[in-house]
Design a protein around this ligand. Structure first.
Ligand code: ASP
Length: 343
């Protein structure tokens, strides 16, 4: 009897060994597995941007700067750098350009100051950082990253955020550093018009130029960031959607990385960036379908204007907007590049 049991155990051992034998090399190849890829998308704000409002020289300047921004981000991704590094470097470059409403060239508040907002999100673990209403941090996107990486918080505002940035060794400047004549004149025009009307926080056309970037790196990690001066003539320490995680910025490796631009109050109320990701995760929609629904249906129905740029986990890009124009562009592995301004 014992012998019989031993031989049964022996046989089953041999059988199970055969079953767990290493699969052949060809069985190891998963046909659904993709080559590592990278993609980067940027925006420089959405609004009433039409050819008749732009000189050929200015248009060329915008296209050149958008291309230069893409070169910076793509350069990092191509070398195997992280999407976070690409997002920060690209946005920093756009903050330093007077063309956009972020960093130098930020719009003015009612009181004639520049108050800046920025945020960033890491798609690996949905860690995030943001600053709101900062006035002396040279590159707010770097402060947002510092909040994410070196504090237990997600959002810091005003003088507290500035004290933290100083502690982190970030560069600070006087508020006058952000001044441009063009933005100053916009404020003066609005203040003049406001004298005739009453109770207006901001006017149409007073809000384009915010910058944002979304990227997928060769390790499959997504990140997104956004930086802005907000809306011309804003008052009472108004903060828009750009530093609000879920509204102005969102990134989740399971779905997509997104940066928004437009009338911030509507983006906050409709949780735009997260709504797109939620439709992808819960309704299994593509990035294109989910972002199209939110930007072209949900947002206008609520009265909101603007757009988003986004990259999904497979490197697909979407850039829907419901305004006349949006400064935008993307680059993908393999040399595909696009830069656009008008519809
Ligand atoms: N969304 C920004 C804000 O409301 C403005 C913009 O995107 O241009 O502060």
């Amino acid at each position: 009897m014992k012998k019989l049991i031993y031989s049964l155990v022996f046989c089953s051992l041999i059988l199970s060994c055969n079953q767990t034998e290493a699969p052949s090399a060809s069985a190891n190849v998963d046909p659904t597995e993709q080559e590592p890829t990278y993609s980067i998308a940027i925006h420089g704000g959405a609004g009433t941007i039409t050819p008749d409002r732009m000189t050929p020289e200015l248009e060329a300047e915008y296209r050149k700067t958008l291309n230069a921004a893409l070169d910076i981000g793509e350069g990092i991704l191509k070398e195997g750098g992280s999407s976070l590094d690409a997002v920060v470097a690209t946005i920093e470059f756009m903050e330093n350009s007077p063309l956009f409403n972020a960093g130098i060239g930020a719009v003015f508040t009612h009181d004639g100051r520049n108050e800046l907002d920025a945020s960033i999100m890491d798609g690996r673990d949905r860690n995030a950082g943001a600053v709101g209403g900062v006035t002396i941090i040279q590159n707010p996107i770097k402060a947002a990253r510092a909040v994410m990486e070196h504090s237990p918080h997600v959002m810091l505002t005003g003088t507290g955020a500035e004290a933290f940035a100083l502690q982190q060794g970030l560069d600070t400047v006087s508020n006058a550093y952000f001044y441009t004549e063009k933005r100053w004149n916009s404020l003066q025009r609005i203040l003049e018009a406001e004298k005739k009307k009453t109770g207006s926080l901001a006017f149409p056309d007073s809000k384009f130029g915010t910058v944002g970037c979304a990227a997928l790196d060769l390790n499959g990690n997504l990140a997104a960031g956004t930086s802005t001066g907000g809306m011309t003539n804003k008052r009472f320490n108004r903060i828009g959607d750009s530093p609000i995680i879920g509204a102005g910025t969102y990134a989740d490796n399971k779905a997509a990385a997104i940066s928004s631009t437009g009338h911030g109050e509507y983006f906050i109320r409709n949780v735009v960036a997260f709504d797109i990701v939620a439709r992808m995760l819960y309704q299994e929609k593509s990035l294109e379908a989910a972002s199209g629904e939110v930007i072209m249906d949900v947002l206008p129905a609520a009265g909101g204007d603007g757009g988003i740029i986004a990259v999904d986990k497979d490197g697909n890009v979407a850039m829907p907007f419901n305004t006349a124009g949006m400064y935008r562009g993307y680059s993908k592995k393999g040399g595909e590049r696009y830069v656009g301004i008008f519809k």
